[in-house]
Ligand binder design. Structure first.
Ligand code: XMP
Length: 513
């Protein structure tokens, strides 16, 4: 069994960040609900436990409290913020509402330099706090390791039992040396090695896929996006020609998208690739449709039909492969007042109908997106695919406002290709969440040479975001905007005006429809 750290989730918005940081230390980590019974945790043989932060107070009537048996498992425990209050609550300390709520940057003074958590670190550290309640009496047998401006007990330890508590968040970027502290916890205190790498993961995953699939056949819907591409490359590595990838061209793809997929998967990897050009069907069904939600519904439904027919043509298949990632499968229990619970995607494409009776192959189920990208590179996928910006399922349909026509789609595709090209040439593309062109559904007057023009407008959108749920528009240099605008207007016939979208999300959305 792979060495692992178990993180119990008490509803902090940072729980997944803790899990990612631990994995960046080359140690596998899993997130479990706060109320997972201690015997279930023991069965996983974790090398250590982390109790996440959370919005509650341990004294609230509906406080999320873990199984007391955790403290008898004999494994190291690190409690972060709410987690440290739990140590106090269960082990004889005291927590009170702080005089001053401590939010934001603070300075940690390490008083006991012999604590392994701070090995190799200076005695004064910038940390990020976010808590209201604070520890006012140490739990039994605990000692102080570090203090902050607002707390005498900012870091506490019970060295013999290997229990530790932090009143700050080591996992966030605002605690610049937090990674090293977590690394000390998993390596020096829990004694973990550095086995968790994507190179090792490939071997394990290949073995697992072979064991699951046997001599069966697998179908995979390849979209050209990061997840399905990496899943395809990995499954292909495991079972070669027992995998068939189906790529549906819905006529709403960007320039060269279908070519790249055919080039990379068909030619380079020699994956069995079934290319379904359904452009005409999609555009026929979308004719005259202007409402964004109807567009989405028609596209979703048509995709399922086309995909179903394609799987039948592909011959007998036993399994359907999907690029499901870890954040989609983390089991979360509702915790009252938990802000993270509200932050949920509003448009995960509904999936395939239940009547398509396949067993699922999901080799990325335990991976975070950043791991999937590393895995993709290890498998030999080009950076163009691995670091691709997200692209919505309904494609250019939600960027070509109003009714879709082949002519408008051609204009948008050309303009978008220029945006992407210039963003890549200026090194902005890979720094941003998304950057793309939108075609507005109205015309305006312009002048080109001596002639009056009456043509379409392209809006350029460039946003930064962590997860697509909120986003900021990016202050691109004027010179770059100028170049993009000049090129679009000069090179794309049918466009005489270019504007830049300066709306953040909220109140805007990232896509225009
Ligand atoms: P919005 O426009 O809601 O987009 O701010 C947030 C993120 O989701 C993507 N997006 C979609 N993805 N199907 C998808 O698979 C959709 O219908 C869809 N609509 C938006 C969008 O590109 C952004 O990254």
């Amino acid at each position: 069994m792979v060495e692992q750290i178990v993180i119990l989730d008490f509803g902090s918005q940072y729980t997944q960040v803790i899990a990612r940081r631990i994995r960046e230390c080359n140690v596998y980590s899993v997130i479990l609900p706060y109320n997972t019974p201690a015997r279930e945790i023991a069965a996983l043989k974790p090398r250590g436990l982390i109790l996440s932060g959370g919005p509650s107070s341990v004294y609230a009537p509906d406080a999320p409290l873990p199984d007391r048996g955790l403290f008898q498992l004999g494994v190291p425990i690190l409690g972060i913020c709410f987690g440290v209050q739990l140590l106090a609550h269960y082990l004889g300390g005291k927590v009170e509402r702080g005089q001053k709520r401590e939010y934001g940057k603070g300075t940690l003074r390490v008083l006991d330099k012999s604590c392994a958590l701070f090995e190799g670190l200076p005695s004064s550290l910038q940390v990020w706090n976010s808590h209201g309640d604070k520890l006012t009496r140490l739990p039994r047998g605990f000692a102080v390791v570090a203090a902050s401006d607002n707390s005498d007990y900012a870091v506490i330890e019970q060295r013999e039992k290997r229990f530790y508590g932090f009143q700050f968040h080591p996992e966030v970027a605002h605690t610049p040396r937090g990674r090293e502290i977590l690394s000390n916890f998993v390596h020096k205190i829990c004694g973990c090695g550095k086995e968790w790498t994507m190179r090792n993961y490939i071997d394990q995953a290949v073995e697992d896929i072979r064991a699951q699939v046997g001599r069966g056949h697998v179908i995979l819907g390849l979209s050209g996006g990061v997840d399905s591409s990496v899943a395809a490359a990995l499954i292909h590595r495991a079972i070669g020609s027992q995998l068939t990838c189906i790529f549906v061209n819905n006529g709403l793809l960007r320039a060269r998208e279908a070519d790249v997929v055919r080039q990379v998967f068909g030619k380079h990897f020699q994956v069995k690739l079934q290319y379904e050009d359904a452009t005409r069907l999609f555009l026929k069904r979308l004719k005259g449709v202007t409402d964004p939600e109807r567009k989405r519904k028609i596209i979703g439904k048509t995709f399922i039909e086309v995909f179903q027919a394609a799987t039948q043509r592909a011959g007998k298949a036993d399994f359907l492969a999907q690029g499901t990632l870890y954040p989609d499968v983390i089991e979360s229990v509702p915790i009252s007042g938990n802000p993270a619970a509200l932050i949920k995607s509003h448009h995960n494409v509904g999936g395939l109908p239940k009547r398509m009776k396949f067993k699922l192959v999901e080799p990325l189920r335990c991976l975070f997106k950043d791991e999937v990208r590393v895995l993709g590179l290890e498998l030999g996928l080009p950076p163009e695919i691995v670091y691709r910006q997200p692209f919505p399922g309904p494609g250019l349909a939600v960027r070509c406002l109003g009714e879709l026509t082949p002519k408008k789609l051609t204009i948008l595709r050309q303009a978008d290709a220029i945006v992407v090209e210039e963003m890549k040439a200026s090194d902005w593309y890979y720094k941003l969440w998304q950057s793309f062109a939108v075609l507005l559904p109205c015309k305006s007057v312009g002048v080109m040479g001596d002639e009056r023009t009456y043509d379409f407008t392209i809006a350029v959108r460039a946003v930064e975001s962590q997860d697509g749920m909120t986003a900021d528009w990016v202050k691109l240099p004027y010179e770059l905007l100028e170049k993009v605008s000049n090129r679009i207007i000069n090179e794309v016939s049918g466009v005489n005006r270019c504007v830049f979208d300066i709306t953040s999300k909220p109140p805007g959305t990232i896509e225009w429809e």
